[in-house]
Design a protein around this ligand. Structure first.
Ligand code: AMP
Ligand code: GLY
Length: 423
């Protein structure tokens, strides 16, 4: 079987490694992939948003199955185009990917179907938004409606910051048309939990929970990034919280999407905050999280390809989805300066002995040498019996990967560890 994976980051590398465990798969293409995954997949230089070329490639190479993981192609209809050309896919069609593609859509969905989330108002007129902010409580949260490379959420600590965020989005068009509409919402407090799930629109199977570390600096300081590291499972996701999430959030979301005629098939990601009033949805993503995938899939004991095909065929209830009870930790090595300005093009050394535990996000092959090519460069994932050991082992792995301007957070997993220890 020939499988195509759209995307080129650490998340896609993790998906590819897991797919490779299935002996039926004889060929994996990554579009575009990256130089660091060339030993695991054939990288084809077609961009993830170039849907016409992706379809042409899939058809002319007789691809049997496609996995689409990044948000942009999903929202733009990559799955629709591939399926219409006869290629079965893992991933939602664009009508369902809107759950991530439009925050106004997802907030209105939650309100309509009583799914717990932060209180909010939607604005299309800047003056109205500014007037509203004059009396709104702070901190407050300003969100651009559309995709914004993960940067469209501003937590404004003061009224002035809130005014500025609104002006940047609506007047200066910092995120283009993504800021034509904005959501202003209540600031929530509590630990965050990421739950990725498999769903075929009929059945939903949550994966092991995880915790992201979004800020660039230790102790959650500095700018928001795509994610600097993850651990799984997340100790705040207790069996009681899990049961509430299933009843109050997961099942109602699937039912709501069906009722709207937007059946969601693929990986639905729930970004949750465990508030004192119970779990609430911070955001939905229509895809695997990055770097959550780098800790969740290594704990998956069942065959990923079998599960994916069951989702496509709407037979998810018939397959086993089993996770290990171990712990995983992923430490991201980034280029110093990320998420702002950083240099790239430095030689990247990954010793053969650790290669299988290193997922490459930002590297290119230049004259046969791997060089850094992005902000997040690699994710180093260790699996161990305890969280403490997983953290230690992930940092030991990271210390063996070398490039000139490498930077990592030193505290990945520490908050989770404190929660495990009850301190
Ligand atoms: P996002 O870009 O949607 O992943 O949001 C980035 C981060 O902003 C989330 O992971 C939360 O930490 C934070 N955030 C989003 N919405 C809220 C909210 N209503 N209250 C507090 N923090 C929030
Ligand atoms: N790590 C968060 C995300 O993938 O959006």
């Amino acid at each position: 079987m020939k499988v195509l994976v759209v995307g080129g980051g650490g998340r896609e590398h993790t998906v590819i490694r897991k797919l490779k465990e299935n002996p039926e798969i004889t060929q994996i293409y990554a579009l575009p992939g990256n130089g660091g995954m060339a030993q695991d997949a054939e990288c084809v230089p077609i961009g993830a948003k170039d849907i016409a070329s992706i379809v042409t490639f899939a058809v002319s190479n007789e691809v049997d199955y496609a996995v689409v993981t990044p948000d942009d192609p999903l929202v733009l209809g990559c799955v629709d185009a591939l399926e219409d050309a006869g290629v079965p896919c893992f991933g939602p069609r664009s009508e369902a990917a809107i759950i991530e593609g439009s925050k106004v859509f997802s907030k209105n969905l939650m309100k309509k179907y009583g799914i717990p989330t932060a209180r909010y108002e939607v604005f299309t007129d800047m003056q109205e938004a500014l007037r509203y902010l004059e009396t709104a409580p702070v901190p407050t949260v300003i969100k651009a409606d559309g995709l914004a490379l993960g940067k469209g959420v501003i937590i404004a600590q003061t009224r002035d910051e809130a005014f500025q965020a609104v002006r940047e989005m609506m007047q200066d068009k910092k995120f283009g048309h993504s800021g034509d509409q904005i959501v202003i919402e209540e600031y929530l407090e509590g630990p965050e939990v990421s739950v990725l799930s498999f769903t075929d629109g009929k059945t939903i199977v949550p994966m092991v929970s995880s915790m992201d570390h979004k800020r660039a600096g230790d102790n959650d300081t500095g700018l928001n990034t795509g994610g600097m590291g993850t651990v799984a499972p997340n100790p705040y996701y207790t069996p009681e919280v899990a049961a509430r999430c299933t009843e109050e959030i997961f099942l109602p979301t699937i039912r709501a999407m069906n009722a709207e005629g937007r059946r969601f098939k693929g990986c639905l990601y729930f970004g949750l905050m465990i508030t004192k009033d119970g779990p609430k949805v911070i955001e939905y993503n229509c895809r695997f999280g990055d770097p959550e995938t780098q800790v969740v899939l290594p704990l998956l004991e069942s065959d990923l390809f079998t599960i994916m095909r069951a989702v496509t065929e709407e037979k998810l209830s018939e397959v086993e989805v089993k996770f290990s009870r171990k712990n995983a930790c992923c430490v991201i090595l980034a280029s110093e300066g990320y998420p702002e300005h950083y240099e790239k093009g430095f030689p990247l050394e990954i010793p053969e002995s650790v290669r299988e535990q290193v997922y490459v996000a930002g590297a290119a092959l230049k004259d046969g040498q791997l060089v850094t090519s992005g902000g997040r460069v690699v994710g180093c994932t260790a699996v161990a019996d305890t969280l403490e050991d997983a953290i230690r082992d992930a940092y030991a792995l990271a210390s063996q990967v070398h490039f000139e301007n490498a930077y990592c957070r030193k505290d990945i997993g520490q908050r989770a560890l404190r929660a495990v220890k009850g301190v």
